[in-house]
Design a protein around this ligand. Structure first.
Ligand code: HEM
Length: 130
């Protein structure tokens, strides 16, 4: 099984948990005041739905889909948009991996490595537009 299949299956198990995205944002917002200040005016219910799709975009990109969606995210998140500094993506990745660890009952170091592999590729596309 390739790394992207491993990730898709792990993501399926995570999305089946009703509080996966609640937990992610709880973790992410608690991680830094810089992160919290970005979301002061955000409807977090809508944001959780958007992130579900956003993560899927990262996985699809690693599977070979064109980078169109990620370039668009790169534009909205860049210095002229939400102004998300590249260092905040490390916190994002760390928060997501911690949340996956908690929710994927099959979590293992191999699964963690597969996720890192897949996510870093797409995150680099987004960051490149900063
Ligand atoms: C909005 C995905 C990383 C802060 C969004 C949206 C998506 C998304 C799909 C809504 C669509 C849009 O406005 O473009 C992602 C993905 C990320 C990521 C896949 C990781 C690779 C981050 C990070 C931060 C952040 C690290 C830092 C705090 C925001 C903010 C918004 C947003 C502030 C706008 C919220 C609002 O509408 O009030 N993100 N994002 N994102 N993201 Fe991200």
């Amino acid at each position: 099984m390739g790394v992207t299949d491993t990730v898709m299956q792990s993501y399926g198990r995570c999305c089946a948990k009703a509080d996966f995205f609640d937990d992610f944002y709880q973790h992410f917002l608690a991680s830094s005041p810089k992160v919290r200040e970005k979301f002061v005016n955000t409807d977090m219910v809508g944001q959780k739905r958007l992130l579900r799709q956003g993560i899927l975009n990262l996985v699809m990109y690693a599977r070979g889909m064109p980078d169109t969606k990620l370039k668009a995210l790169g534009q909205t998140h860049n210095r002229h948009g939400f102004d998300i500094g590249p260092e905040l993506y490390d916190i994002w990745l760390h928060s997501l991996l911690s949340t996956i660890k908690k929710h994927d009952q099959q979590y293992s170091p191999e699964i963690a490595d597969a996720w890192k592999d897949v996510l870093i590729k797409g995150i680099n596309v987004i960051k490149a537009h900063y």
